[in-house]
Design a protein around this ligand. Structure first.
Ligand code: DGJ
Length: 728
């Protein structure tokens, strides 16, 4: 035994001396740099994360500097890149393992690293680590997108022990900061209350943002956060970190301020109820943690994320989107063939691209007449739609519009033929009374047969209806009754294998139907992460379509997601507000309608029609422009956001509930060229109404617009203006 240890130690000393020659690894984008040092002890430490350093000699001294800075009595500040449980780091670990012999520690030593330039913009750095006593391997991955200043990090864990090992912590990323103070912006919510933003200062100890909901994972907490260093995370100034995890399941962010006042940020899958049994030679790949560091506040950070998403991550990020008419808020479950055919006609009349048929079109033994039955039985309800979906596709085609369809393929009502036939396909505790969320249960996607079934729902629809143009993929229940009949003795894998099963299905959909646009929906905005958005062109932000609430909800999501990915529909929620206000709010994102058009008066209908025409002309600016959030709804009774492209920009300005006689200040624009002259034009006016925007039609320099601004706000309740700003 001693001999073996000696050989291993010798092997490592060789590895370490090799590392000594190149003991610092720099991972950088245009503006940001992460430095990792291989210490003489063979382990790796974060020595820097911040604005890019210009002088090489500065970097060499950073490791020693960082260890001792801050507290001269405590010269051993250690920032191990992937700290493990049970060793000399007394805080939350990134990694915890139980080996075959019961030993609960691993110490990870540098083996090698590799830098691969994928193209001019993208570089991948991998750092391989190995336990010195056990055949356990950890590889840290870092992919940088230079121009967008985005870092993607994830980890791979594997081993060659004789039997499976148990891993109970497996972070995607572990980052350290040393700053005088830390402020966290968190995004929380619930159904119809998505992305409520709040700020808190972090002091000694831990703050955790996580989800244990499994499927509808982001119902209460969103998988993204912002950190302000030395100050709150502001819109236009200051150093901020913005991070998000690409995982459509339980996630966890731990923010821990340690004894030295340093902040540790641990991001990954939530290890709750998820001790994972890792077989020899299997690779456990964590989700990607994606972050940007901005020295110009969260505004710049958001633009970094938007650019990166459109260029690299979002499905069809560079492509167009379909405007639509949906029937959920209009008919609910109460429709038949005639009604839907009529709605296809109205789709055409309105001028949008597609009619989207929502919930309630399936189930025969247990027809889906409400949310108590039918989920799981994806055959069209004969009594409602006797000629099936092909008839509706044709009806839409006859009107020159497209047809999209709603599915909720991961779920089952106990009152369904599927539940009767395959009780073993359902996540449920056999001995206990089941807990139902919206009268439904979750299918066991850990089971490959269930994955096949879920895939077949999409496949069958597409085989029967190759012209189907869109799917809205809903998911209304969290995972409850946590027992997978498939996993049997390995229940610790349920939450993780479920998500992997879901990705298996999505991969098949993407591979076989690469051009099918998909909307991610989860009882509103309960699912919204960047791994899912590899497969989905857009997501449904909220069932709450009250325009005032939507201003806040869209403001929140816009911190991480580009407007093109955010679906916003005009509905009759808050029908006491004008149709113009409702349309102007929805128009900031991917526009749709979900409203009984008969409820609109002629001028309102004419306005919608015109606004859709305007949207067609302007959507390039909305979809691809740089977003500047100019006035936060959280700061008062107004809100304003600007999309900027080189020749045309678009300002959305909203008065929410202004006070009587309130002092109004001009809104200063951003992102324009100071020397270019811009013509202003108010658009989206109700017909017969002249613009009362007093700068309408005027020509101003970018410098004027950015330093003096526009008098767009008023003291009118729920009032809006959309201003085109065109370079001349
Ligand atoms: C929840 C979604 O958020 C709604 O838009 C709608 O599709 C319903 N589900 C249908 O059941």
């Amino acid at each position: 035994m001693k001999k073996v240890i000696f050989i291993i130690a010798l092997f490592f000393s060789l590895q370490v001396s090799r590392a000594d020659n190149q003991n610092q690894i720099s991972i950088s984008t245009l503006d940001t740099e992460l430095l990792i040092n291989v210490s003489p002890n063979g382990r790796i430490y974060q020595s820097y994360l911040g604005a890019k350093l210009s002088k090489e000699p500065d970097k060499a001294s950073l490791f020693e500097f960082q260890k001792t800075s801050g507290d001269s009595n405590n010269p051993n500040k250690i920032w191990e890149c992937y700290p493990v449980s049970g060793t000399e780091d007394f805080f939350e670990p990134a990694f915890a393992i139980r080996h075959n012999d019961g030993n609960p520690t691993s110490v990870l030593y540098y083996l090698s690293h590799n830098v691969r330039k994928i193209d001019d913009n993208i570089t991948e750095t991998t750092i391989k680590l190995k336990d010195n006593l056990y055949p356990v391997y950890v590889t840290l991955h870092y992919v940088t997108y230079s121009k967008e200043n985005i870092f993607k990090t994830w980890t791979e864990i594997s081993h060659k022990e004789k039997y499976p090992v148990n891993i109970s912590r497996y972070a995607s990323s572990f980052l350290y900061f040393s700053e005088p103070s830390y402020y966290l912006n968190e995004f929380s919510g619930d159904w119809a209350k998505e992305t409520k933003m709040s700020t808190q200062q972090l002091s000694f100890g831990k703050k955790i943002i996580d989800s244990k909901l499994g499927t509808r994972a982001a119902m209460f907490a969103y998988p993204f956060f912002e950190l302000g260093f030395g100050n709150t995370a502001n819109e236009n100034s200051g150093k901020v970190l913005m991070g998000t995890i690409g995982w459509t399941g339980n996630f966890s962010f731990t923010f821990e301020v340690d004894n030295m006042g340093c902040l540790r940020v641990i991001s990954g899958i939530n290890p709750y109820a998820s001790d994972y049994t890792l077989k020899p030679s299997d690779i456990f790949t964590t989700p990607e943690f994606i972050f940007t560091l901005s020295n110009q506040g969260v505004g710049q950070g958001s633009r970094n994320f938007h650019h990166w998403a459109l260029n690299y991550q979002l499905k069809d990020g560079k492509g167009d989107r379909l405007t639509l008419l949906n029937n959920w808020e209009n008919t609910g479950f109460d429709f038949n063939e005639e009604k839907i055919a009529n709605l296809c006609k109205e789709t055409k009349k309105l001028g949008v691209d597609m009619f989207l048929l929502d919930d309630g079109w399936f189930g025969n033994k247990y027809p889906r007449i409400d949310d108590h039955a039918g989920l799981g039985d994806w055959d069209v309800t004969k009594s409602k739609l006797p000629h099936g979906i092909p008839f509706l596709v044709k009806a839409a085609k006859a009107e020159g519009v497209k047809l999209g369809i709603w599915i909720e393929p991961e779920m089952v009502n106990p009152k369904s033929e599927l539940a009767e036939k395959h009780p073993d396909w359902i996540i449920s505790l056999s001995k206990r009374e089941p807990y139902y969320f919206r009268n439904q249960l979750v299918l066991d996607l850990c089971n490959p047969k269930v994955q096949d079934y879920v895939y077949s729902i999409i496949d069958n629809l597409m085989i029967e209806n190759p012209d189907l143009a869109f799917m809205k993929w809903d998911c209304n229940s969290p995972i409850t009754n946590i027992y997978s009949p498939y996993l049997k003795g390995k229940q610790g894998q349920l939450y993780i294998d479920y998500v992997r099963g879901l990705y298996n299905v999505m991969n098949r959909v993407k591979k076989n139907y690469p051009n099918l646009p998909l909307m991610l929906c989860s009882g509103g905005g309960g699912r919204c992460d960047y791994e899912a958005l590899k497969y989905f062109t857009e997501f449904w932000c909220s069932d709450n379509t009250d325009p005032v609430e939507r201003i806040f909800i869209q403001w929140g999501f816009s911190h991480f997601f580009p407007s093109k990915s955010m679906c916003a529909h005009v509905t009759n929620w808050s029908s006491n507000t004008s149709i113009k206000f409702r349309v102007d709010v929805a128009m900031m994102c991917k526009l749709g309608f979900d409203i009984n058009l008969q409820s609109l008066k002629e001028p309102e209908m004419a306005f919608c029609h015109q606004a859709i025409e305007n949207y067609k002309q302007l959507k390039n600016v909305i979809y691809n422009g740089d977003l500047y959030r100019l006035f936060s709804p959280y700061d008062g009774n107004h809100s304003a956001s600007l999309y900027v492209t080189e020749n045309k920009s678009l300002l959305f300005a909203y008065d929410i509930h202004p006070r009587f006689g309130e002092k109004l200040f001009p809104v200063k624009l951003q992102g324009l060229n100071p020397t270019t002259m811009y013509r202003l034009k108010e658009t989206n006016l109700m017909s017969g109404h002249d613009s009362d925007f007093r700068q309408n039609g005027q020509l101003y320099s970018g410098s004027f617009l950015m330093n003096i601004g526009l008098d767009v706000f008023t003291t009118q309740q729920t009032h809006s203006r959309v201003i085109e700003i065109t370079a001349e």
